[in-house]
Design a protein around this ligand. Sequence first.
Ligand code: ATP
Ligand code: MG
Length: 466
Amino acid sequence: MEKENRERAGERPRENGEETESGRKGIRLPEAVGEIVRRLEEAGYEAYAVGGCVRDSLLGRAPSDWDITTSARPEEVKRLFKRTVDTGLAHGTVTVLWQGSGYEVTTYRVDGEYEDGRHPKEVAFTGELREDLGRRDFTVNAMAYNEKKGLVDIFGGQKDLEEGVIRCVGEADERFGEDALRIMRAVRFSAQLGFSIEKKTGEAIRRHAACLEKVSAERIQVELTKLVTSPHPDYLRIAWETGITRVILPEFDRLMELPQNNPHHCYCVGEHTLHAMKASPADKCLRLALLYHDFGKAECHTRDEKGIDHFYGHAKAGSEMARRVLKRLRYDNDTTDRVCALVYWHDYRIEPDIRAVRRAVSRVGPELFPLLLQVKRADLEAQSDYRRQEKLDWLMRLERLAGQIREQGDCLTLKDLAVDGRDLMAAGQKPGPGLGRTLQALLQMVLDDPSRNTKEYLLANLPKET
Ligand code: ATP
Ligand code: MG
C-alpha cells in the first residue's frame, strides 16, 4: 500500500516537473512532505504545504524549506510522528524530523498582535484553513497545496504572482498595524521577486513606516540583509520612498540628498550607492560594504571654488559610521569587521605594479582582497563615463596581478615568513616588542622580493634593531 502510494505520488510530480521545465508552473511535494501530509490525513486531519514553498514552486523556483499547516493540534502531531522537536508549542509549531531533515508542522491558527515576527503574543487554534491563510501577510504567501485538494488560493495569490504584485491579505492598514515588520517584509519580497507593491499596500506602508521604531533591531537586520542580498538590492529605493529608511537607516536618507558635482559621478551619493549594490554579486559582506561604502561622504563633503564636490577622508569616516550602524542593527562581529574593513579600503589607490599589489594584499589581508576588488569594480560601474575605460583597465591590471601573486603562492603575512620570533632569538635578538618590529621589517623586504623568503637570506640581512 505504501509503495503504491509512493508510486502514485511519484507519477503526478513527474508531470508537474515537466511543466516547470517547459516554463509552466507546477508543485512537486518532496517525498517527505507528501508522506507527512498523508499520515496526517490518514489520521483524519487536514494538512497542506503552505506559504513560501507554494509561492516558490509556482514561480518555478526551488523552495528553501517546506512548511506544513494542519488542523491537528500540536500534541496530536507529536503522537503521530516518532521524532519531533517542540519548536514553538504555544504557537502551534512542531518540527517533524524525517530522514535527517526537519519540517515545521503548524496548527491552523488565528493570530493576535505579533511580538517577534515569527511569534504573535497570543494565538488561537482554529479548524479552518481559510482562517489560517487569512492571518498571513501577503496574498502570494497565503496559498496552500496538497495532492488531494490541489492549490487552495482564497485571496488571489496566483493572480498576484502572475502580475508580479505584493498585496496584503485583507486590509493593509490593519495588517501593518498588527505587525510592523510586515512593512519591511513587503519591500524585501518585492526585491527578492522583482515585484511591485500594490497601490493600497504601498500607501499603508507610508502611513505605518514610523511604527518600525517599535520593531527589534534583530528582526529589521534579517529583512534588510535579505533585501540587499536579493536580485534587486536597488529596491532599497522603495524603502526610502516609503519612509522606511528614515526610521531604520536615516544615514541613507542623507545620501539621497547629497549631490556629487564631480566629473567622476553622474548620480547623487544615494543613487550611486543603489547602482553600486546592483552591479555587485549577491554576497552578504560585499553588498553590505557597498551599502555603507560612501556613508562617510555626508560628513566629509566640501565644495571647491570651481563648484566641484570633494569628499576627502570619507572612506575612514564611512568605516566608523558603518561600525556604529552595524552595531545598532546587531550584526555579528565577523560580518561587522569584514564590512568595515572593505569600507575602509574601498578607495585605496593601488599602483598596478606587482610590488605595490603584494603590499596591498598584505595590508588588506589575502582573504579579503578579492572582495575589495569586487567592491572597487561595482563602485566604478556606478560612476560616470569619465575616464571609465582607463579606470577599468587599471582594475583589470590589479586583478591580474592579484591572481599572479596568488598563483605564485608569495609570502603575504607574518605566518608565511621563513623566520619567526624564535629564529630571531636564536640569532641573538632580545625578546620583547623589538622582535615584532624586526619581523615586520623582514616581511616588507619579502613583499618587495619574494625570493628573499629563506631563513639564510633573512637572518643574514636582519635590519638594525629598533
Ligand atoms: P522565505 O523564503 O524567506 O523563507 P517565506 O514566505 O517562507 O519566505 P517565512 O518568514 O519563512 O517566509 O514565513 C513563512 C510563512 O509564514 C510566510 O509565507 C507567511 O505566510 C507567514 N508569515 C511569516 N511571517 C509573517 C508575518 N510577520 N505576518 C504574517 N504572516 C507571516
Ligand atoms: Mg520560509
